[in-house]
Design a protein around this ligand. Structure first.
Ligand SMILES: Nc1ncnc2c1ncn2[C@@H]1O[C@H](COP(=O)(O)OP(=O)(O)O)[C@@H](O)[C@H]1O
Ligand SMILES: [Mg+2]
Length: 224
């Protein structure tokens, strides 16, 4: 059985952190130890990397910062550019070693990707290479907005091209004005070829522990 999941999304700001936190709570509710990992975080606000803080708060085990977030880049720009400006070369092997350490101390590791699935990490590797190295089943978070059908279908294709299993997708209602939400969810349910794990409503500052009840974790585990 897999020791974790890789959470990707149709882009940046689509709800990967929200879903990752909800999943951490869902596994905790099953009596498991669960820890979040953000291998590459880009964008420091007031000395803090928000994703890393939120994942740590939703985890029920703690680990050294360098394991939960091996790469913390200051500017909120594409990671390989931020890294290059800081004179850093992102090394996927360092990320893998950190993830293996987390797998030793928790039943489940929830790894939140950075940006969308094909975001470059350095001159020759991207986020898909990172997911492949970690070898975890993938969950796709779709930010429900105009254009998401194409983004979701392209992302699913890219995930499957790595050979990793796409074990589910989450419809996250990030645009409260989206028209034809239900038809868009149906279109993706028909075409993505993996289970819909849940539809998360538009809810600013949502309690991710409550949201976790809307996710069908059992179905995701059965697919993994
Ligand atoms: N269902 C939702 N309803 C309202 N706001 C949301 C929802 N999902 C995400 N957000 C907000 O949108 C922003 C981006 O979400 P986040 O989970 O950080 O995305 P990502 O990790 O993909 O960048 C955050 O401010 C978050 O609180
Ligand atoms: Mg995030």
């Amino acid at each position: 059985m897999s020791k974790g999941y890789f959470i990707t999304g149709t882009g940046t700001g689509v709800g990967k952190t929200l879903v990752s936190c909800a999943l951490l709570h869902a596994f905790a509710a099953q009596g498991k130890t669960a820890i979040g990992m953000k291998p590459v975080a880009a964008g420091c606000e007031n000395g803090k990397w928000v994703d890393v803080e939120l994942l740590a708060a939703a985890s029920n085990v703690t680990a050294p910062r360098e394991q939960i977030n091996p790469y913390a880049l200051v500017p909120p720009i594409a990671p390989h550019i931020a890294a290059s400006r800081a004179g850093i070369d992102i090394d996927i092997n360092i990320i893998l070693q950190a993830c293996l350490e987390l797998e030793k101390i928790a039943d489940v590791v929830i790894v939140e990707g950075v940006g969308g699935f094909l975001v470059p990490l350095n001159d020759h590797q991207d986020s898909a290479d990172m997911a492949k190295a970690l070898g975890l089943p993938v969950i796709l978070v779709v930010g429900m907005q105009l254009g998401c059908l194409n983004h979701a279908l392209l992302s699913a294709q890219a995930v499957r091209a790595t050979g990793l299993p796409l074990v589910g997708w989450v419809a996250n209602q990030i645009d409260f004005q989206m028209t034809a939400l239900d038809e868009n969810v149906s279109a993706l349910t028909q075409r993505l070829g993996c289970p819909l794990l849940g539809v998360l409503p538009f809810e600013p500052n949502a309690d991710t522990e409550k949201l976790s009840m809307l996710l069908n974790v059992a179905e995701m585990e059965a697919e993994a």
